[in-house]
Design a binder for this molecule. Structure first.
Ligand SMILES: [Zn+2]
Length: 838
């Protein structure tokens, strides 16, 4: 995407939301809505597979219209997708998307839950998905979510009855939900969970259907809907000044890394859910039919309801603090009920309402946004009561049990500030997403601390408890330590307070390819977590590789400062690959992790610690030809990769394609989806074919058949299909073992198809003219062979090659076989040319 348009888009959307850390504005209408929710005792759990699968219209409706406690359980964090707004991919993309989901929930009023399942990439069938996920563990996490959240109603985004029609993760999420519906109430299922949760039987299970699942609007209109309930999800909320679908669109637009900033649909609109399981509905207008959603639901709740319904009925919009005596009374009664689940949940809601009604401002701001173990950080504590309610500050307490006693009557709108020192514990673990702490598998995150499973993010390490007396009742509010600061061009800003290691190190290049035994310079960047960091840095490397010098002294004066240390790396004479990683030694401690910041304006700043690793590959590779023209399509790093193996690559924009310009190249390589994204490329097609006729090679990487902007993608008949092979280990059969592309200058063997990542390839042609020679056959489990992954045709004196093999995924992770095969493609027909060889 065009960078200018993109940054404009981000700017526009950031205007519409509060920065994620900014304290919320607590208007009377918001307080009133919170009281309505407080007085509704029912809940909905929405289940799907990925960030963006969730129907924000329905989540917003359940939360804001029905007033139900509503959560979205996304089985994965979306690591497998693409990032349209930055370079964070894989696990870092999962961190970004987790935060985008939380940003969406802050708008639509929902909560967010996850399982340990990892989004490993596209999967055609749930059977395949369950082979890569640990099905039992993911099921266990879904059951845990149900036992913890205790939903009355579960709504699946996907249909469990149609495996194979959508992503395997999607159908998988529905299948697991259907299975977990009864298991959550089965004491023999995952019994260990019952030490800290209880059995729970949701009342009903629905499927959030739509025309999409019926193939067309007409078919859906004609479908029998006697088993469905519908909602007008366009309903208008005067208290918000927004309609439900406007709220939903704002929430959905938080998925910026997926390019979901979209137009709002206003006006009436129906959404349907189909009954699947549980107690049938007697009244088709109410999904909570037969469930008491009043305070009478809880033993001891009637007296609480008597107070709180009165507050709702006679709510004082001009001075909500008038209700504090009633709210505090309800709070006291709530502390005596036996039902732990409702006690905890409703206490949380009620405290928030009391805080809002009193206009309380409670803040603990650190002088800096990060610190290391043993460090002493200055805290500024600010307390403000903006009501006539008698409130006394009794004291506050920090996470590491520093108790400060006070006895101050907080007068209306008089600010109280206190300075305290926060001592960071000696064994304090750095802030990082808990699911990335230990290396997992392709399909699962590994979470060592079981109490964290399901949580959207790692709880903050440092908090302050504010102990108050409100109307003579002791009430405690807990706040995370944050940093409040300002920027001249942005105004007041808030950041999370993070713990970082005293030293971290990284090598900028994540993959280094060597096509000879020439040495390569690498620089290790060391970051200091505190002032006066001293120690040494070394590089761990495979035995047959050489690093010099062996060790270098580290001396960094200031906290947060980074310094580079240069090393040279010499590869062995023969093909070899391995991993190198920098280690910083400080005293008797060793640090080998890299500190990564994920910083976008629509989410709070995230710091992630990952093992600092760089893959090094010494290729055994021969090649012919030198100069390559690259026509960039949707964007890929193939040109940089080809330069790493010694080609000279120049980007050619469509306007520059001319017979004269093409003359100087040995080959033209067309980037992924170029024929889908470049409107004018069709006018240059004949010139490219002429270049081939005169002896050049043309390699076209995958395009999709939908939205193809050229009539003839090849000089001979060739039709693209949706055939793909998603198993990156699928067996590859050589259809034409004697073909030069498998023999010259590199002998291609099965070994060259080892270690591929994510997939073999996609959008293979499924029919072609007799001029083409198919080279490879491969297929996914339970499918027939696909022969269209690599097709080669002689055209005049040169070669036209079409390939759906995923070189754009394999090159960045240093798959040597992919490089060798690509070099052969470029070398076709160049047996007699005299170009430099490695
Ligand atoms: Zn999805």
């Amino acid at each position: 995407m065009n960078k200018t348009i993109l940054s404009f888009m981000i700017a526009v959307f950031s205007l519409s939301i509060f920065h994620a850390q900014t304290p919320a504005t607590n208007s009377s209408s918001k307080i009133y809505e919170s009281i309505q929710k407080l007085n509704f005792l029912g809940s909905v759990l929405y289940i799907a597979a990925h960030p963006d699968d969730e129907n924000t219209r329905l989540i917003a409706y359940m939360s804001n219209q029905i007033k139900a406690r509503t959560a979205y359980l996304s089985l994965t964090r979306g690591d497998g997708g693409q990032n349209l707004i930055g370079s964070d991919i894989r696990e870092l993309l999962g961190v970004l998307r987790t935060q985008e989901l939380l940003a969406a929930r802050r708008i639509d009023g929902g909560e967010q839950l996850f399982t340990r399942a990892n989004d490993f990439g596209y999967s055609k069938h749930p059977d395949e998905t369950f082979e890569i996920w640990d099905k039992d563990d993911v099921l266990s996490d879904v059951v845990l979510a149900i036992r913890t959240f205790q939903p009355d109603i579960i709504i699946n985004r996907f249909d469990h009855r149609s495996p194979g029609t959508t992503h395997g993760h999607h159908t998988g999420s529905a299948l697991l939900s259907v299975e977990a519906f009864e298991l959550a109430n089965d004491k023999t299922a995952f019994p260990k969970q019952l030490n800290k949760t209880t059995l729970w039987q949701p009342k009903r299970l629905f499927f959030n259907t739509s025309y999409w699942f019926y193939g067309s609007q007409e078919k859906f209109d004609a479908a029998d809907k006697s088993n469905m309930i519908s909602f007008d999800i366009g309903t208008y909320y005067p208290l918000k000044g927004l309609s439900n679908n406007e709220v939903a669109a704002l929430a959905r637009s938080q998925h910026l890394c997926q390019g979901f900033g979209n137009l709002t649909q206003r006006g009436t609109q129906q959404e349907y859910i189909e009954f699947l399981k549980g107690e049938p509905l007697k009244n088709n207008d109410d999904i909570f039919d037969g469930i008491d959603t009043t305070w009478n639901r809880v033993k001891g709740g009637k007296e609480i309801g008597d107070i709180l319904y009165e507050v709702e009925k006679n709510f004082n919009f001009t001075n909500p603090s008038k209700h504090i005596p009633q709210l505090v009374e309800a709070y006291k009664l709530l502390q005596n009920i036996e039902d732990e689940h409702w006690k905890v949940q409703k206490t949380k809601e009620l405290l928030n309402i009391i805080e809002m009604c009193a206009g309380l401002y409670l803040e603990a701001s650190a002088e800096t946004n990060y610190a290391t173990q043993n460090e002493a950080i200055k805290l500024n504590i600010e307390i403000l009561n903006r009501s006539e309610t008698p409130i006394t500050l009794v004291g506050f307490k920090t996470t590491n049990n520093v108790n400060v006693s006070k006895n101050i009557a907080l007068k209306n709108n008089i600010k109280y500030n206190f300075n305290e020192i926060l001592k960071i514990k000696a064994d304090q673990q750095p802030t990082t997403p808990y699911w990335l702490n230990t290396k997992g598998t392709l399909g699962m995150y590994k979470v060592d601390d079981e109490s964290l499973i399901g949580l959207p993010e790692t709880p903050r390490a440092y908090q302050i408890e504010f102990n108050l007396l409100i109307n003579n009742t002791p009430i405690t509010f807990t706040k995370d330590v944050i940093q409040r600061y300002s920027k001249p061009d942005k105004g007041e800003l808030f950041r999370p307070f993070e713990i970082i290691p005293e030293a971290s190190a990284s090598i900028t290049e994540k993959v280094i390819i060597f096509n000879s035994d020439e040495k390569h310079h690498i620089s290790v960047v060391v970051k200091a977590g505190h002032d006066n960091l001293t120690g040494k840095v070394e590089i761990q490397h495979p035995e047959n590789w050489m690093v010099s010098p062996k060790s270098q002294k580290v001396s960094i004066a200031y906290k947060g400062e980074e310094r580079s240390y240069n090393f040279t790396l010499t590869p062995p004479k023969n093909a070899s690959e391995g991993v190198i990683s920098p280690i910083v030694y400080v005293g008797d401690k060793a640090y080998s992790k890299e500190l990564i910041e994920i910083d976008y304006s629509h989410i709070p700043l995230q710091t992630v610690l990952l093992p600092s690793e760089t893959k090094v590959v010494r290729l055994d590779i021969q090649k012919k030809g030198t100069n390559i023209a690259y026509i960039q399509g949707a964007g890929d790093v193939v040109p940089e990769s080809l330069e790493q193996i010694g080609y000279h690559v120049e980007y050619l924009i469509t306007d520059e394609i001319s017979p004269e310009n093409l003359q100087k190249y040995d080959a033209v390589v067309v980037g992924i989806r170029a024929y889908n994204t470049l409107d004018d490329l069709q006018f240059k097609q004949q010139q490219l074919f002429d270049f081939v006729a005169q002896g050049g090679n043309m390699i076209v990487q995958y395009n999709t058949n939908r939205g193809l902007k050229v009539e003839n993608i090849a000089p001979y008949p060739l039709s693209l299909s949706r055939d793909r092979v998603t198993d990156e280990n699928a067996k590859v059969r050589f259809l034409n073992p004697e073909h030069p592309v498998l023999n010259y200058p590199n002998k291609i063997t099965q070994k060259d198809f080892e270690g591929w990542t994510q997939e073999r390839g996609l959008y293979f042609p499924n029919s072609w003219g007799k001029e083409f020679t198919p080279i490879l056959a491969m297929h996914d489990k339970n499918e027939s062979d696909k022969d269209g992954s690599l097709l080669i045709a002689k055209y005049g004196k040169g070669y036209y090659i079409y390939t759906g093999l995923s070189f754009f995924r394999e090159f960045p992770v240093g798959v040597s076989g992919a490089y060798r095969l690509f070099a052969n493609m470029l070398s076709l027909g160049k047996e007699n040319t005299n170009t430099q060889e490695n």
